[in-house]
Design a protein around this ligand. Sequence first.
Ligand code: ADP
Ligand code: MG
Length: 306
Amino acid sequence: ASIVGTNVWGLSTRMLGFFEQLGILSGALELIVRPHEIPDPPGRPNLTVSEGAIRFEEVRFAHPGNGAVFDGLSFAIRPGERVALVGPSGAGKSTLVRLLRRQFPVEDGRILIDGQDIATVSLASLNRAVAEVPQLPSLFHRSIRDNIAYGSEGAGDDAIRAAAARAHCDRFIDGRAAGYDTVVGERGLQLSGGERQRVAIARAFLKDAPVLVLDEATSSLDSETEHLIQDALLGLFEGRTVIAIAHRLSTVTGMDRILYMEKGRILEDGDHATLLRRDGPYARLWRRQVGGFLPDDAGAVSDTEE
Ligand code: ADP
Ligand code: MG
């Protein structure tokens, strides 16, 4: 597992990787290496999601030792809405997603899913409700089958194969001699970036969570892989509430709504065409697009200090 950071026991990822190599900790490893997750007191109610509405209410958050990232952030996302988070590096996009997954506690304000404060429900139920496709998916030193089933333990073989097919993984899996038993990850078969992304998408299909968070890859892939991933994502978005940290032009233009952020604040909120007509910071960012991507490395492009 190449998850960055330390866990509640203060063990570094490098140390855990060492233990994993020795074959110690095996199954328990996945439970303890998730960094920064806030442990659950027993007896918490489960989150029950019927619609997938998300609401941030006056959320305040600062990373330890830093100034506030969010100081009164509020917005609402309707059930089934597909929302792109766009903005320069440091705007708070990743932090927003991590707060929604309760990887950090909010200092003030509330985050609600279908009216339930996520701070008060069991973490397991929150994790079941929210699937994540990370920017650089890490694979465990396990079979491709187990990697797809991660988070959906107990899933049957048919369901795993169906998820793989919908994520366009089936061709590269069937192309390996050992098929779904092919061992991947550290010391196993190294999958390409595009293959890893599709495994992560298959994982999300199998998990079938009502809310999906996606941190889109910023690196170019060959155009066929690109097309397969876009197609798989379109299927995955269907019927879910989606928050995507979006960099690809094709993704941002296809979303229902764009939240343009800078310095922890939402400066613009609307669909692509609307924001282009406004001719504000989103439109300025859009005009600087290169190679099919929105830039994310140039600092704030807005000169408004509201
Ligand atoms: P984005 O994803 O839009 O690039 P981030 O959410 O990563 O923005 O960062 C928002 C702010 O929080 C930045 O000022 C960044 O430096 C800071 N930050 C992000 N992660 C951490 C962290 N783990 N510790 C301290 N500061 C952080
Ligand atoms: Mg980020």
